[in-house]
Design a protein around this ligand. Structure first.
Ligand code: NAP
Length: 520
């Protein structure tokens, strides 16, 4: 059995004492164990601050961009091996494993390019400067400078590669050393990626530390220049948000939590049209890709009430056409849930929701003798406002079809009942519907994805997070924000209002950098 080690204070550390076992969710065989016992967590932060931070800050943006590019290439060189590990430890079919691993590779390459484009500068201007005096001699600029702290990243189990590297890419490009802690049940892929990143030699010592297992008392030692970026359930987010030491030092925090994402079908969308087909395909994809264990997966499907039966039949048929089984089989498109805990939670969640709805397909029952499998499950509610469907995220292959009147204002109101989402998709070919629903939903959803015949052929599914666009959402979704090009760096940088002589604050030689500055 593989022993997952942690990379801390410049060496690989094998945890002693009690460990957590990682399983193959298809066969239920034990694969690996992880323990962080014996790590000096205070020392981990000090190491990052003393070694990693100064080394990163001595590099300019272009050099850090080159470093990210090297990490991207190091991971890419082992892509097949990582896909195999993902199949084993996360139960993902090859296509889902690629989704995660290529996401990590692509995001690193994207930020690598951004860094190279920023060139030799070591700080960024934020927006245009302002004249503060009678003449332009007294001038003001907002600039973003690196902070001498460490970024602690606590990640969810569902994207062991992407989740770790999308956070690391932004922090490292900003000049901030990272401590990465993956979700333990699927940590095998993250651990191998950490080995590749450390081994490739592109990172200065202390820039990247990795913890397999619990973070121990790490958060107790964080200080005012450190930052915590968390992805996971809203329950854990709530616990961490109130952590006494984080509160005491006003440690900067970003939370990406769970989300009751929605899809809205407008009444104008005709059966068989490109938009209709896209709607059905995207809902079914969200239910089955990664067995529904995607933070962006649609959980609430709003359909005009007179079309509920028609749409239910289409979605059930499309979801059930997805081949479910052992993810190492090339024809399989949907594997098991990632862990026994997940199986227990998803089954319990389906049972709770099924009390309020008709089961159109699937359900909580066992479908195979071995492995943590759950069938694609479609529930149909009689009342789109039933609070049960706006309160609980079932983090598996489960979605509820909820009727609404077909009015764009009502659709937005129902989406808002979820308390804040990562992404909402709206399907219509009517500008007025898209505009009305889109703008009203915008306050409740970090991303609004507008589907229509005009973009159907070229669109990427709403569940796909792109490094160019922000990821995060208000309220229940955590209230955080990641990625979005250079906006993703702001969390790790200090925005400073500089006031003084324009020739000092915004000299001609710096003008080029202003055009590349974040506008956030
Ligand atoms: P989780 O149980 O909340 O765990 C998330 C991370 O927090 C894991 O690394 C976990 O470590 C760690 N953790 C748990 N308790 C902790 C504590 N007291 N102190 C410090 N760390 C702690 O969530 P999950 O089951 O891994 O992930 C599924 C959830 O994540 C879903 O609700 C999903 O919606 C959400 N998610 C959100 C996004 C987003 O971007 N908004 C993305 C992906 C997933 P261990 O694994 O070692 O317990």
């Amino acid at each position: 059995m593989q022993n997952l080690t942690s990379y801390v204070q410049g060496r690989w550390h094998a945890g002693s004492g009690a460990s957590v076992t990682l399983f193959n969710p298809t066969t239920e065989e034990a694969l690996a164990q992880a323990s962080s016992a014996g790590i000096d967590f205070k020392g981990v932060l000090e190491h990052g601050r003393a070694k990693g931070g100064p080394a990163l800050r001595s590099m300019n943006y272009a050099q850090r961009g080159t470093m990210l590019d090297a990490l991207s290439k190091a991971i890419h060189a082992h892509r097949d091996e990582l896909i195999e590990l993902s199949i084993q430890n996360a139960g993902t079919p090859r296509s889902d494993a690629k989704f995660d691993i290529d996401g990590a590779i692509g995001t690193l390459a994207f930020y690598g390019r951004l860094g190279q484009e920023l060139g030799a500068r070591t700080f960024l201007y934020d927006g245009p400067g302002v004249q503060l005096g009678r003449t332009a001699r007294f001038w003001g600029e907002h600039v973003l400078v690196a902070r001498p702290g460490v970024a602690v990243h606590i990640n969810a189990f569902n994207f062991p590669a992407w989740n770790m590297m999308e956070k690391a890419a932004c922090a490292l490009l900003a000049g901030t050393p990272v401590v990465e802690k993956p979700g333990t049940p699927t940590a095998l892929v993250a651990w191998r990626i950490a080995q590749l990143c450390i081994g490739c030699g592109a990172l200065p010592e202390g820039a990247f530390q990795f913890i397999a297992g619990s973070v121990g008392d790490l958060l107790d030692h964080m200080g005012p220049q450190d930052s915590l970026a968390f992805t996971g359930s809203s329950g854990t987010a709530a616990r961490l948000r109130g952590h006494a030491n984080l509160v005491r030092h006003n440690v900067r925090v970003n939370f990406e939590a769970d989300s009751l994402n929605a899809a809205v079908l407008a009444p104008d969308v005709e059966a068989g049209s490109d938009t209709f087909n896209l709607f059905v395909a995207n809902v079914a994809l969200d239910m089955t890709q990664k067995s529904g264990q995607k933070c962006t997966a649609v959980r609430r499907v709003f359909v005009p009430k007179e079309r509920v039966e028609e749409l239910t039949a289409e979605i059930v048929a499309t979801a059930n056409a997805v081949k479910l089984g052992d993810p190492s089989d090339a024809v399989v498109r949907m594997g098991p849930l990632a862990s026994a805990d997940q199986l227990r939670d998803v089954r319990a969640g389906i049972e709770r929701l099924a009390k309020h709805a008709r089961l159109a397909t699937g359900g909580a029952g066992a479908i195979r003798e071995r492995g943590y499998f759950v069938a694609p499950t479609v529930l149909v509610a009689a009342d789109g406002r039933n609070p049960a469907f706006h309160a609980e995220e079932v983090f598996g292959p489960c979605a509820a079809i909820l009727p609404y009147s077909g009015d764009a204002h009502e659709a937005a109101e129902l989406v808002a009942l979820g308390g804040g989402s990562l992404v909402t998709s709206v399907y219509s070919n009517e500008q007025t519907f898209l505009e009305t629903a889109g703008l009203a939903i915008g306050a409740w959803s970090g991303r609004v994805w507008l589907g229509s015949d005009k973009m159907a052929e070229q669109s990427l599914a709403p569940g796909m997070v792109l490094p160019q666009m922000i990821h995060g959402g208000p309220g229940r979704a955590g209230g955080g924000e990641e990625l979005g090009g250079l906006r993703g760096l702001s969390f790790y940088l200090q925005r400073v209002a500089l006031q003084g002589f324009k020739g000092v604050i915004a000299p001609e030689s710096m003008c080029v950098s202003k055009s590349a500055a974040p506008t956030a």
